[in-house]
Design a protein around this ligand. Structure first.
Ligand code: OOG
Ligand code: MG
Length: 260
């Protein structure tokens, strides 16, 4: 077992990157490396550096594990921050081939559009220009979708794909909006934005704090995903997926591809 002082973030990032590129799951890093939370964010940064080096562009960040439903599903109980790139955004109403993914799941979310680089304590309506319903596809690069807190941070919080619905003006309240996840017209998950740390504005505050400590620097125009309000559901090819956030609208895509 190594200690977190002598792990090589670039080496661990390469393992995770290869797993994603080849669609081949890997053992947890924590099985062989004593990666703590700080070191795990360094691995995530090295992973994103590999991807931006290939031409991907950062377009935002995402919170993970901000609801009890999500924490219980994966057995990790601490909010985490991941990064979103342009090539992983699926157009609202579009279709996406998921055959390269390992064991994808989909979850309904609420997204914020950052109006300026947010700072701790900045009023929500100063930091955020618009809100939108969103879908996130997560795909752990670890075998059996099983991981520790540092593992999932290093793996860019299982981020795979995301879709943002139409941006809307900030409604009077964002803290108790009904959330639905529909697959092929059947509602498979129901929840409320209240499940997201009691109020998704707290997810923004938590994200600002995590970004301040571990990076990246948040920018005007970036997307901020607040984290799923419900548990995630396995994603299969040939499915029509829709998230509804009451009072805000819907976000949807269709999957194609062979069995993942
Ligand atoms: C970790 C990512 C969690 C969310 O919205 O809670 C996440 C995972 O569940 O694999 O994106
Ligand atoms: Mg998510």
């Amino acid at each position: 077992m190594t200690t977190s002082a002598d792990i090589d973030p670039a080496d661990l990032a390469e393992r995770l990157d290869d797993a994603a590129l080849t669609g081949t799951p890997i053992p947890q890093l924590a099985d062989t490396h004593a990666v703590d939370v700080d070191a795990a964010y360094r691995v995530q940064q090295a992973l994103i550096a590999r991807r931006t080096g290939r031409g991907e562009r950062l377009v935002g960040v995402k919170m993970g594990l901000t609801s009890q439903a999500k924490m219980a599903q994966v057995g990790v109980d601490s909010p985490i921050l991941g990064q979103l790139t342009d090539t992983t955004q699926v157009t609202d109403g579009g279709s996406v081939d998921i055959s390269g993914l390992i064991h994808p799941r989909v979850e309904p979310e609420i997204a914020f559009l950052l109006d300026r680089p947010p700072t701790p304590g900045m009023p929500f309506t100063d930091a955020v220009r618009a809100v939108a319903p969103a879908l996130e596809v997560i795909d752990s690069r670890y075998r059996d979708f099983t991981f520790s807190l540092p593992d999932v941070i290093a793996d860019n919080t299982s981020a795979a794909l995301f879709t943002i619905g139409q941006w809307q003006p900030i409604p009077d309240g964002v803290d108790n909006l009904g959330v639905l996840l529909d697959i092929d017209g059947h509602t498979v998950q129901t929840g409320s934005t209240a499940a997201i740390l009691g109020d998704p504005r707290r997810a923004l505050a938590a994200g600002i704090a995590l970004a301040g400590r571990h990076g990246p620097t948040l920018r005007a125009g970036w997307i901020f995903l607040a984290g799923a309000a419900t548990a995630a559901v396995p994603l299969t090819p040939g499915a029509h997926i829709r998230a509804t956030v009451h009072g805000i609208g819907t976000a949807a895509f269709t999957t194609t591809g062979g069995t993942p």
